[in-house]
Design a protein. Structure first.
Length: 442
């Protein structure tokens, strides 16, 4: 007897909206699983899974005619990686090269598969709520870890536990003299709560502007305060600077789009939260916190940057002349550590601290040009949307995403953002908003 079964395609309206949400929830679940020793021991597997799912979606989600403007640039990125894999003589090992190519593909794959989903503004807003909710909880946990030392402490990563200092160098001294790890939040890395604080702060600003409900705005106020507090206590100055840059850019874009009324109340509130959270952090964290923040204003911005990351940028420029086509795949970072050849002096591991160095090492000057091109084209697409937008929600969220992009570009001068989960989140947020903004039913 023949049985008819109901089969729903993955990109149909019935479940395509959930695919992106489930993907992000899955990313957060994988991160939380690392907090348990039984999973922490398999850290590499858990990290690989994050990008493997993205690659799987690339093949599982059926194609349609929609394309993001950065698609050709993303293809060029992968073409460069393939050429590096087959022709660069200084690739560390075959496995390291394959892993590096897979990592790049997993990070940039959302450029291709997110546009295939049936996303509207409502589903985009739910995506924002999921990301904001997780990072708000992580910020709250990070706050509690400092206020109640030892009671909410999460597991340290096996890599930190096995390091020379065993994580002791990642502790801070509080005002009461007690020594604790920098707030981790829902991560296994001291100071990891700073990233959660950044997302909680920035997304709270967007939600507060887009919603008129007083309760929602009060929750955003609480979330932003916890976010600022974690950034201060984590003592990651670069994230504090990027957060401020993003907020200023958000205000500027809103004003540019005629939303001055929203900025007139949001800017003072954000400033008040920042100052109040700093006073709170100073009372709890003591001199170690205030001294760390004060270094940002002790000298000019250029001098502060050069003393901390400027040397890496100078080295990158010098390397560009000696190795314009890259240094070979698998030469740096976790991939180089896990899969690379650490004993061959001809392909010794390289130290990478900023994104520009990472691009140069992996694909040379062509990679820098193409990847930066992909980012700029993506930002241009968002700018075009908000310039012709009529709906207030398009203006608000487009301005926020564009401000986030400005912060991401600033981060490339301090950290290899696009060689990790942060880079994948960049592409997901940008492509999801673009898809929602260009979907007819939105």
């Amino acid at each position: 007897m023949r049985v008819n079964r109901l089969v729903t395609p993955i990109n149909s309206p019935a479940n395509a909206l959930g695919a992106l949400h489930y993907f992000m929830i899955g990313q957060f679940i994988l991160q939380i699983m690392l907090l348990f020793p039984v999973f922490g021991a398999a850290r590499v597997v858990m990290r690989v899974a994050s990008f493997a799912i993205s690659i799987a979606f690339l093949f599982l989600i059926p194609r349609n005619g929609r394309k993001h403007p950065s698609v050709n640039w993303a293809i060029a990125v992968m073409v460069i990686m393939i050429l590096e894999f087959f022709f660069h003589p200084d690739m560390s090992t075959l496995l390291a090269g394959l892993a590096q190519c897979a990592l790049y593909l997993g990070i940039i794959a959302p450029v291709f598969w997110v546009t295939r989903l049936n996303i509207n503004l409502k589903s985009f807003y739910w995506l924002i709520l999921i990301i904001w909710g997780f990072h708000t909880i992580s910020s709250i946990v990070g706050t509690l870890q400092v206020l109640y030392p030892g009671q909410f402490q999460t597991e340290l990563s096996t890599a930190i536990q096995g390091s020379v200092f065993g994580g002791e160098n990642l502790k801070i001294v509080l005002a009461n003299g007690e020594t604790v790890f920098r707030p981790q939040g829902l991560t296994d890395t001291p100071g990891g709560a700073a990233t959660a604080g950044f997302y909680a702060l920035l997304l709270s600003a967007g939600i507060a502007v887009s919603q008129t409900n007083l309760v929602v705005r009060l929750i955003c106020l609480f979330s932003a305060t916890a976010g600022f507090f974690c950034i201060y206590l984590s003592q990651v100055r670069s994230i504090l600077v990027v957060a401020i840059i993003c907020l200023i850019a958000f205000f500027a874009f809103l004003i540019r789009q005629g939303q001055l009324q929203k900025v007139t109340w949001l800017a003072p509130v954000a400033t008040g939260i920042g100052l109040s959270a700093f006073a709170w952090a100073a009372r709890i964290g003591g001199e170690s916190t205030t001294d760390r923040v004060s270094t940002l204003t002790a000298k000019s911005a250029g001098e502060v940057y050069y003393e901390n990351r400027g040397g890496f940028l100078d080295s990158t420029i010098e390397w560009a002349f000696t190795n314009p086509l890259g240094f070979g795949l698998g030469r740096w970072g976790p991939i180089g550590g896990y899969f690379g050849d650490r004993f061959n002096p001809m392909i010794r591991p390289l130290w990478v601290e900023i994104q520009w160095t990472a691009w140069l090492v992996d694909g040379g000057i062509p990679m820098i040009i193409v990847y930066v091109g992909a980012i700029l084209v993506t930002m241009q697409a968002i700018w075009s949307i908000i310039n012709r937008a009529v709906k207030p929600e398009l203006i608000i969220w487009g301005s926020l995403i564009l401000a986030y992009d400005v912060g991401a570009m600033a981060t490339t001068f301090n950290y290899p953002l696009f060689i990790g989960q942060g880079g994948m989140e960049f592409w997901i947020l940008n492509i999801a908003f673009y898809t929602a903004a260009t979907t007819r039913q939105s």
